[in-house]
Design a protein around this ligand. Structure first.
Ligand code: 4AZ
Length: 843
């Protein structure tokens, strides 16, 4: 579209053209002009009029500012709750139409008016209050109070309202009919007062023991939720019970400013009782369960006029207060044991306080290792002051977030005290930890103790890898002859020397490599040229690499590193495809860009390496009929898949090269769970690369044509194919996915697995793999071991993020075992086969 418009755009013309377009007055007009020489009388009159108008306008503005602006009033709503101690709860108070509700509500509003009248700040601006609900205990009332405040005075009223919260202790006052305690109020979130709401809905659910109720957004699951709507669900349980809210689906717009859900530990939207705000998409594999502190909970949902998503569905049930699921603390004894926050790995309830006393055999000390630690909330982003939710170990407060829990605490005696505290607002998933009895004199028997006090195998010390996570195993090292000695005291494996990556952190491993001096640029062919030659329009490197990524995205001479546009021009920008900018000028670098995106928004994940549903919608499971999953593949178009050639080689028993052998599952997440998102297809054609070498795995790539096209959905989408020149630099992070074995020689995964690995320098990889790496192969992995593709992942994607898309960097091909130290996974380099893919598939 952009490119069609181009012809209509304004293009600056030369000075000459301007001259041509100037119109000179005809000579006959000259006389009229002569009569109007100088400003003259008319000019003076116009000047006076304009001046008067300006003065009048300014005076008006000043009068408005000093007089009327004071009268510009702002509507401000406060939500609150308070306990009425001299009343007993009646069932009729649950029904806002009952006469009992209305009578008590009348008394409450009268009393609120009296309370506000005692504060000069509040009485002046108070408009009205409405009671929203009552709940047990004696009676708790939830209300909204409206104020009309002159602009600029809001803070003063907020202060007066918050001092009311403190006043509650001095209540009751003489003459009050209701005895009031525990007043909590705060200003209502302004998004809930949006004037754009056209619909307000309110639902009440009173759960029963041993029964599960369901709440959902309007239209779910058949249609998207409605725009401009504000909905509340007031949830109640019996006294002595608490509410459990479990979301099985949560799919809202990503931006919480537009559409959001808020959950409160209250029956009215009080800011200091908000438990969580949710928007975007949450995978069903991520537990999203909340529990209240009392027998009420409020769920609110607000939507605006744009982008309406499928919505949410949640199950509401009640659990007895004090049940195992919601209690915590106690005495823990023995050599070893576990402890966790209440409801872990679900969100802990607000207003919780627990205390554990750990006691191990005399003469030993307690070592507590956190496996997961998630205690963050707005206002407590850094883990220093811990004024909100925290864990306290022998008096030391811990808070914030450590998703992979590398935290260890050790006691000085055989006893340890652990406390957990959650305040009234914002909850998180909490923690789980293991305690062990250790010998203080030898806290890590036959192992190395990290600074963090965790223990690692002794042979990992000074091996070049940060096994402790705090580098303490790599400091003050005596380097072995086969490693590089960094100036900062670390040792690094020799094969990292001169690989272009600063592994020491102080550059030592890249010194004396015959590389380029400072002020010089290293060309792709390792030649050195002055930095000044970068983007000077001349190919100083000889391979064109000094003319790449120039600020002016100039057209340059084509070579193997430059991106070639449809119009055969070459541009200097690296990886210009589908980045949202028309770099070619003919739109060709932004064509065919419906690829590489998933609906998934990353959110915190507890446990495992399961992928999220729809996170890698191009991932395909290739099944051999009546056997099951054998290989992975990637969707590149509605009819074509890319896989590995070694997946489609016949063996003595199975004709893997025959299309009829296979059935293909698209949109699959869990093996054998064929839900409505999954599409099954047969194959029409299998095209292995003609140069595939089954001894060396060179050219390990194949194409598969489906018997009929698939319709794209949130679960089925193509990955982006990289241009032949696409650069996947060493050290960049890429994703591997598949249902392959979860350890070498192990069994296949049921849920689609994902892992992050890094691209490894080609020559380093070739050294590690004894010279077996051809230019059609790419290496990726984590050289410390432990993360890798494995049997059954073959043919699947190596997905590389670029902007907000994923490109197919590689196809899982082979490796020396799985996840071994210094043995990366080997992938087929897709860029090398871009032309072949185009030739065979047209994609
Ligand atoms: C396989 O057999 C396989 N570690 C795939 C990848 C790797 C090893 C084996 C890489 O399909």
């Amino acid at each position: 579209m952009d490119y069609m418009d181009r012809g209509l755009r304004y293009t600056p013309t030369t000075g000459k053209d301007w001259e041509n377009s100037v119109q000179f007055l005809p000579a006959s007009d000259n006389k009229k002009l002569e009569k109007k020489k100088g400003p003259g009388k008319v000019g003076a009159v116009i000047g006076v009029v304009v001046l008067a108008a300006v003065i009048a306008l300014m005076t008006g503005l000043l009068v408005w500012h000093f007089h009327f602006r004071k009268n510009v009033r702002v509507k401000r709503m406060y939500s609150g709750s308070m306990r009425i101690t001299n009343q007993v709860f009646e069932d009729a108070y649950e029904n806002s139409n009952s006469s009992e509700f209305q009578e008590l509500a009348r008394q409450v509003t009268t009393q609120l008016k009296t309370i506000y009248s005692k504060s000069p700040q509040l009485s002046k601006y108070y408009v009205d209050s409405t009671v929203q609900a009552f709940s047990e205990g004696s009676v708790i009332v939830y209300y909204l109070s409206e104020f009309s405040i002159p602009a600029g005075q809001e803070a003063a009223v907020d202060n007066a309202m918050s001092s009311m919260n403190k006043l509650s202790r001095t209540l009751p006052r003489p003459g009050d009919s209701l005895v009031i305690q525990d007043v909590v109020s705060s200003v209502l979130d302004s998004r809930m007062l949006s004037t754009s709401f056209s619909r307000y809905l309110r639902h009440s659910v009173h759960t029963k023991p041993n029964y599960i109720d369901q709440i959902q957004s309007p239209g779910f699951p058949n249609s998207p939720y409605p725009p401009n709507t504000f909905i509340q669900w007031q949830l109640r349980a019996e006294p002595g019970y608490i509410i459990k809210l479990y979301f099985d689906t949560m799919n809202l717009e990503k931006n919480c400013k537009n559409d959001f859900i808020r959950i409160y530990d209250s029956l009215v939207a009080i800011e200091s009782r908000v438990m969580e705000e949710l928007c975007g998409y949450f995978s069903p594999s991520e537990p999203l369960t909340f529990v209240s502190s009392g027998n009420v909970m409020l769920v609110t949902m607000a939507t605006n006029d744009q982008k309406n998503y499928p919505g949410f569905r949640a199950q509401v049930s009640q659990i007895k207060r004090g049940s195992r699921e919601t209690t915590c603390g106690g005495l823990l004894t023995g050599e070893r044991g576990l402890l966790s926050s209440p409801s872990f790995p679900n969100f802990y309830p607000p207003s919780m306080s627990c205390q554990w006393s750990i006691e191990v055999p005399a003469g030993k000390v307690v070592k507590l290792t956190f496996l997961k630690f998630l205690l963050s909330e707005p206002g407590q982003e850094n883990s220093r002051d811990c004024r909100k939710d925290y864990v306290e170990v022998d008096g030391k407060k811990l808070c914030g977030e450590k998703p992979d829990g590398t935290m260890t605490e050790t006691s000085s005696t055989n006893k340890m005290s652990v406390k957990f505290f959650s305040d009234t607002s914002y909850v998180d998933r909490g923690f789980n930890a293991v305690f062990e009895a250790i010998d203080m004199a030898d806290p890590c028997p036959n192992q190395f103790q990290c600074k963090s006090q965790s223990c690692i195998k002794s042979e990992l010390r000074c091996d070049g890898w940060d096994d402790c996570g705090d580098l303490s195993d790599e400091q003050n090292c005596q380097c072995k002859p086969e490693s590089i000695k960094c100036n900062n005291g670390m040792c690094k494996p020799k094969f990292w020397k001169c690989d272009g990556v600063d592994d020491c952190g102080d550059g030592t491993d890249e010194i004396g490599c015959g590389g380029c001096k400072s002020g010089e640029l290293t060309c792709k062919n390792n030649k050195c040229v002055s930095e000044k030659k970068h983007c000077d329009g001349i190919d100083d490197c000889g391979d064109g690499s000094d003319e790449l990524n120039c600020a002016r995205n100039t057209e340059i001479q084509c070579n193997e590193l430059t991106y070639r546009c449809k119009n055969n021009k070459c541009i200097s920008k690296v990886n210009p495809e589908c980045d949202g900018t028309d770099d070619c000028g003919d739109g060709s670098d932004e064509q065919d860009c419906n690829c590489g995106r998933s609906m998934f928004t990353r959110s915190r994940i507890v446990g495992g390496q399961d992928a999220e549903v729809g996170e890698f919608p191009w991932q395909v499971s290739l099944h051999v009929k009546s056997f099951g999953h054998v290989c992975g593949a990637s969707i590149i178009s509605p009819t074509w898949l890319v896989t590995a050639a070694h997946c489609v080689q016949d063996d003595g028993r199975t004709r893997f090269s025959e299309p009829g052998t296979w059935e293909v599952y698209l949109g699959l997440h869990i093996q054998r769970k064929i839900d409505s998102h999954v599409v099954k297809r047969n194959l029409k054609r299998v095209i292995p690369h003609p140069n595939y070498n089954h001894y060396t795995y060179d050219n390990d790539i194949a194409l598969m044509e489906l018997d009929s096209p698939v319709t794209y959905s949130e679960y089925i989408r193509p990955v982006c194919l990289p241009a032949p020149q696409h650069d996947f630099p060493s050290s960049s992070t890429v994703w591997i996915t598949g249902w392959g074995a979860t350890r070498e020689g192990g069994s296949a995964a049921t849920v689609l697995q994902k892992a992050q690995v890094r691209i490894i320098n080609h020559s380093v990889c070739n050294d590690l793999m004894s010279g077996q790496i051809t230019s059609r192969m790419l290496c990726a992995g984590v050289l410390t071991g432990g993360v890798d593709a494995c049997q059954g992942d073959s043919g699947g994607p190596l997905s590389s993020p670029s902007g907000n898309r994923m490109f197919l960097a590689g196809v899982v091909s082979w490796g020396d075992g799985c996840a071994r130290r210094n043995k990366p996974g080997i992938y087929t380099t897709v860029t090398q086969f871009r032309g072949w893919i185009k030739e065979k598939t047209g994609v």
